[in-house]
Design a protein. Sequence first.
Length: 115
Amino acid sequence: QVQLVESGGGLVQSGGSLKLSCVVSGFNFRDYTMDWYRQLPAKGEQRDWIAHITSDDMTDYADAVKGRFTVSRDNSKNTVYLQMNNLKPEDTAVYFCRDRFIGRWGPGTQVTVSS
């Protein structure tokens, strides 16, 4: 059974940093691209793609986070990470990871950035 579980969210001041983790099980993690998305409070159920990392460690980012966020993975731990630096209040959202094996979502982790 494919499962994804995010952690590492919390409350941080503007300019601060957080590192999110997403632990994966149920498929051969190292063979698949992993994505990070976020759901902003003003956008209802819409989830915006923000980053991905391929099986070859190639990365790409949405313009809104480029230069501030870094995605990485540790295949030995079946875990993908999202290092978030210079956080802004507009980064406040629920953050989700998603696999490209079957497109399963994790439950998400809340990030709140205070001004």
